[in-house]
Ligand binder design. Structure first.
Ligand code: NAP
Ligand code: MN
Length: 268
């Protein structure tokens, strides 16, 4: 078993990373930053987003697992005290495939005059107006849908539905559903301008194209990254063919994570 550890860089996470390397050597795990089977992320969900994009070229070969050094995360759902258990599981489990869960990703294709660039998002892709309102034509499955005016549009994956999408009042989607969700960021609605107002969930094999009005500055993000693609003509979003793989040595159901992260135990 080959592994790599990515940590957030704070003192606690860095120390845990050192402990991990020490214990991993005892378990005969090979430290291989170039071709890891498992990438262990120590920090928060944001750290796992970094780890994902660092190894996105190995999407079919590398699986992820996250330890949280702050609050419980959705991707970072192992406690620091469980570090030793995790190393032991990684050392003993031979059939890694049986311990893998796969979550859907969003494929984002950005087209300018001459080329199309493709990206994968683990949480979401957002499109926002910069210094002015975003004005964009939305097409769903090659049919005109609406002319959007407002701050922006957020297209999230199921596992990203608990992140930015949740702040926009989007629905939380179980990651066993292969979908993308389109949520509005402060749309303008009055007698002249009209948008749907609700968020929409698209299944696999559907796609949404966004054509921003020319001449306006736009900020495009994929997860924590600002993507600088210059003047682009359109963006296509759909459920990606590839999925992200997480190592699940023990169950921690999605709805339990939702409850622990957002509700807690107020009644106790
Ligand atoms: P950040 O500003 O530190 O992250 C914002 C918060 O989102 C952090 O508390 C982060 O958790 C949490 N988060 C990330 N992925 C999540 C998920 N799948 N489910 C639930 N919470 C999640 O920036 P960052 O750490 O680089 O993360 C980038 C993400 O921030 C973006 O993908 C976007 O989803 C989110 N974001 C949210 C808003 C908003 O809610 N208004 C605005 C911008 C961006 P950790 O503290 O564990 O890292
Ligand atoms: Mn963060």
């Amino acid at each position: 078993m080959k592994y790599e550890v990515i940590n957030r860089g704070d003192r606690v996470s860095a120390e845990l990373a050192n402990t991990f390397h020490r214990l991993a050597a005892d378990e005969q795990l090979a430290h291989d930053p170039a071709e890891p089977d498992i990438v262990v992320s120590i920090g928060g969900d944001g750290t796992l987003l970094h780890a994902f994009h660092q190894y996105v070229h190995r999407i079919e070969q590398t699986a992820f697992v996250g330890i949280h050094t702050g609050h419980l995360g959705f991707y970072a759902d192992w406690k620091p005290e469980e570090l030793e258990d995790l190393v032991r599981c990684m050392g003993r489990e031979s059939a890694l495939d049986e311990k893998i869960v796969k979550y859907p990703l969003a494929k984002v294709q950005i087209t300018n005059e001459s080329e199309t660039q493709s990206f994968l998002a683990l949480n979401e892709c957002t499109l926002r107006g910069f210094e002015s309102t975003l004005v964009a034509q939305l097409r769903v499955n090659d049919e005109d849908f609406e002319m959007f005016r407002g701050d922006g549009i957020c297209i999230s994956t199921p596992s990203g539905s608990t992140a930015y999408n949740k702040s926009l009042n989007g629905a939380l989607i179980h990651p066993s559903l292969e979908t993308i969700q389109i949520a509005e960021i402060a749309s303008i609605n009055n007698r002249v301008y009209r948008t749907l107002g609700s968020s929409m969930v698209l299944p696999r094999h559907h796609h949404c194209d966004i054509y921003p009005r020319a001449g306006r500055n736009i900020v495009l993000t994929i997860d924590h990254l600002n993507v600088d693609i210059g003047n682009f003509r359109s963006i296509r979003c759909q459920v990606a063919e590839s999925k992200v793989r997480f190592v699940r040595y023990r169950p921690f159901p999605f709805w339990n994570r939702v409850k622990e992260a957002f509700i807690g135990d107020l009644l106790d």
